[in-house]
Design a binder for this molecule. Sequence first.
Ligand code: ATP
Ligand code: MG
Length: 420
Amino acid sequence: MQLIQAIRGFNDILPPDTFYWNFLETHIRRLAALYGYEEIRLPIVEKTELFVRGVGEVTDIVEKEMYTFEDRNGDKLTLRPEGTACCVRAVLEHGLIHNQIQRLWYSGPMFRHERPQAGRYREFYQAGFEVFGIADVYIDAELILLTASLWRALGVLDKLSLQINTLGTPASREAHRTVLIQYFEEHRAALDEDSLRRLYKNPLRILDSKNPNMAEVIAGAPKLIDFLDADALKYFEQLQAILKENGINFTVNPSLVRGLDYYSHGVFEWVSHQLGAQATVCAGGRYDGLVSQLGGKPTPAVGFGIGLDRVILLLRANEKLPTLEQPLVYVLSVGEEAKAQSMKITENLRQSLQKPIVNDTSLASFKSQMKRADKSGAKIALIIGEDEVKAGTISVKFLREDRPQQAINQADLLGFLQNM
Ligand code: ATP
Ligand code: MG
């Protein structure tokens, strides 16, 4: 019979990789607590309408990347392609941002129908942080500081660079839009199909194109930064000043516009040159317009998402992965009676030592149990054979040290292991 395989772009995460994922997720959880962010857990499936309204109709995500289907009731549903719209939906639904500030984070799988390649999958993982109810630019800076301290904790801060830009206020964007359309009309021949379609609907989005053939025409385009009104300019200068004051290096990238519709003011990306075309590991910014776009009262908001798959690739590329936690003890038994005893002994050791212990209950040949003990990485093999059962002892064999094997009374075993 033919084996059933996973769907293209959907990956199994196997041991020992799961260990590295836990390591990353533990750091994120720790930092969230350190900065006062509370976890929120959100559904994986939402109404399609949420993303059409929340992400924007003229975006890569909504135009071509969503996993959308009808369920048995005929409701139009989508596997979430990102978390921000879901988070806003939830805080509105539960009244969490009614006259109050929220600092929230979440983590989990996202789904986009893209061409799978290194660092780009159809199911991928994001951790997202969102703050609601604070208009002050200091919170934007705090979020950036939080990401910097995550990279520092993971040992990859020097492998990443921070790019920032401003998308200004709606008024400044409008002024820019007019000249941008004019410019691209003059360079129509250089535009690809996507960009031609976006020319009048959402010309800013053209700047976000990943098509290398368009790099030149994009580089020459009028910069939003030259059209900022006083408010937008003040905000952006302040953001830069705070980052400098707090020792965060950055460059201003005027082409950084972000793929989603809801951003305004400051946007940022952390980029690595070690990840090929999939260089951005974290992206975010201010999105003051989104809450009202989804039916809430106008509420200032800012946040970011970390692409966890890409962070794992970066940790691997720099060998910044933790050493695997290996079992301390591997227990072997020979004979049914020994096996029955091993269960009790192992369970007792686990509870008392709180260390990982593997009990081999296969009753396979002594030689093959020893092979597995060695492969497990355990420091010690405990052997219970027929002689040990008779004598009430257990044999201790040191797998990583040049020490003679010794027999210990079962009653003394715990003390022996504790004093090692
Ligand atoms: P890209 O330009 O790489 O397509 P994006 O602008 O679509 O990214 P966002 O929507 O901002 O990405 O998502 C935030 C982060 O999530 C990205 O910076 C990236 O690290 C990660 N990410 C996005 N799409 C994928 C994917 N298909 N596979 C793996 N990671 C992804
Ligand atoms: Mg994308």
